[in-house]
Design a protein around this ligand. Sequence first.
Ligand code: ATP
Ligand code: MG
Length: 259
Amino acid sequence: MLQTHDVCVEINKKKILKNIKFDVPAGKITALIGPNGSGKSTLMRAISGEISYQGKIFINERDINFMKAWELAAIRAVLPQNSSVAFPFTVAEVIHIGLRNSTESSTDHLINDALDCVGLLSLAKREYSQLSGGEQQRVQLARVLAQVWSPLIDGSAKWIFLDEPVSSLDISYQLEVMNIMQNYADRGGGVLTIMHDLNLTAMYADNVGLLHNGKLLCFGTPSQVMNDKILSEAYSCEIKVNKTPKNDKIFILPQATNT
Ligand SMILES: Nc1ncnc2c1ncn2[C@@H]1O[C@H](COP(=O)(O)OP(=O)(O)OP(=O)(O)O)[C@@H](O)[C@H]1O
Ligand SMILES: [Mg+2]
């Protein structure tokens, strides 16, 4: 379980997050959605232990403020919204960086497995900076997966925190990455992912948290959170939530404003 209790973040005297409180279960996909600037990345950075905050954050019932960096690295891996690599590292080296504190015996094996998982094993020796945007994003996901490869540690969940993991991907790789998340959750791991694609969110997420102006507007299942009124108000545009006739699955259409 990942829990936040009244988490507030203030940067330069501006309140970026206001009293965020939710419980995120392991073994499920939880998506954070919300408009640009609503505080999603800031919340993920707080939960990852990267910025200071008021309130409490617990991962597997441990207060992250009292965990050492290597303890955090053993149970959670983070895909930031933007990842830059300053040196001419190869793809394999980029993933190796995430394994500095790994307790796994064979890191080479792990790197290969993680690259295979995202379909990029053949690029292991290529220079990272020469890859396409989508390939780089999948390498970064492989780095995250390699760090917390087995989703359980002594019966407790490990966690992947992903900030817009499909933003640079074509539709086929979007589905592949969502399936990787699903698989990690099905094996007991915790998945918290920031999403802008509301249809993929409705399709894959077990729980959705909607942020707006630094506040958590609602948290629940996709059908609880994703309705016309809530989404249209949060995103300040007309959004229509539909259901498929056959299996009642939600799909979302924005309404064009110029017709
Ligand atoms: N270090 C900072 N200094 C000043 N303002 C910041 C800082 N970090 C974030 N903010 C502000 O906090 C707000 C929330 O930013 P955040 O990056 O969390 O939004 P987001 O929901 O992830 O948006 P997006 O969908 O565009 O990625 C924004 O208004 C942003 O400008
Ligand atoms: Mg963001």
